[in-house]
Write a protein that binds this ligand. Sequence first.
Ligand code: NAD
Ligand code: DAU
Length: 361
Amino acid sequence: MSADFSPSCVLVTGGAGFIGSNFVHTVLAEQADLTVINLDNLTYAGNLSNLASLKGDRRHVFVRGDVADADLVASLLTEHRPQALVHFAAESHVDRSIHGPDDFLRTNVQGTFNLLECARAHAQQLAPGGFRYLQVSTDEVYGSLEPDAPPFTEQHRYEPNSPYSATKAAADHLARAWHHTYGLPVLTTNCSNNYGPYHFPEKLIPLVIHRALLGQALPIYGDGQQVRDWLYVQDHCRAVWRVLQAGVPGETYNIGGWNEKTNLDVVRTLCAALDEMSPRADGQSYAQQITFVADRPGHDRRYAIDARKIERELGWRPQETFESGIRKTVRWFLDHPDWVRDVTSGAYRQWVSQQYGAESV
Ligand code: NAD
Ligand code: DAU
């Protein structure tokens, strides 16, 4: 069996966002000799405070810039000569893609195209097998499952339904083509819904924790019976690193937690955890704040991931159960009110007003 691919320098894109920042923390904690070049243009979803504890660590080099900037990306590759590029940067929020898809086309499609082209030129300067490109994708590209259908395997055809998932699918197809046509060593991962520290509070789990503690309504779209598969973010990060180390170029790997839950169940679980860990002053349950609101247009009914390939071929398994991961997440949000306050000022309030109505802010 060949030795694992073991880069000493990795270019990470989107490393100031939710999953990217968790990835940077996780790999730097576990790989003593690794340097991470972190390229992020700090959109509303990117926060340098996610990386504050790395201040002074010379193994982390932050560069503010756009993944679609060809000159910048080429110069970073020439200067640092990374052996891998792990591409997290994206516009990632389905609801925002419905209100305004333009940025999704630019970052997710044009940005990925630019990275692939720069990576192709860079890989040609290195010895064969000396470089890997990892495309971080999502289960949403597979579309929506019927209630009794088997979970998505890597063979499931792409059927994206939202502007967000359509742009992610387009990016994945580009990455596939750059492997097939140019021989770029591309690995692709398709992961289910993540949750955990640094999760921006426009997504369901952090939004519910944040609003519950403020005594605000907890908005459930439609009937709340939509199903998602949930994975603790550090389990996703370890899976991405494992694929980078030992995956076969040209292959895709599904990543998931075997945790299918309806949205209503997720919100009730969060309310129960909060009832125990930070009870309401009036002794009532946070579940009383649950409110049903208009459904998301085109809302996918069910996602589920079959993660047997990565488990079997690369030996990866999630370390957290849904119950342990949710408790860690609630604890993290209770312990980091300053982070929540910083990221929910200004533009965040405008978004909540646009999405849920002015009275909800
Ligand atoms: P996020 O929105 O929290 O973070 C995205 C990061 O990318 C931000 O730091 C932002 O500033 C940066 N960025 C955006 N546009 C950029 C540009 N043009 N140039 C440079 N940086 C830019 O997203 P996330 O939830 O951390 O998701 C990261 C990746 O994982 C995405 O590719 C997403 O599709 C994928 N993914 C997410 C989930 C999930 O549950 N959140 C699940 C599966 C896959
Ligand atoms: O499946 C992976 C995807 O998970 C990633 O590719 C995306 O980047 C990530 O944002 C996430 O997408 P979702 O649309 O599934 O996540 P979100 O947290 O926005 O919503 C989760 C579910 O909860 C979804 O069915 C919509 C519902 N929801 C969401 C919000 C924000 C509500 O019912 N109420 C809400 O207020």
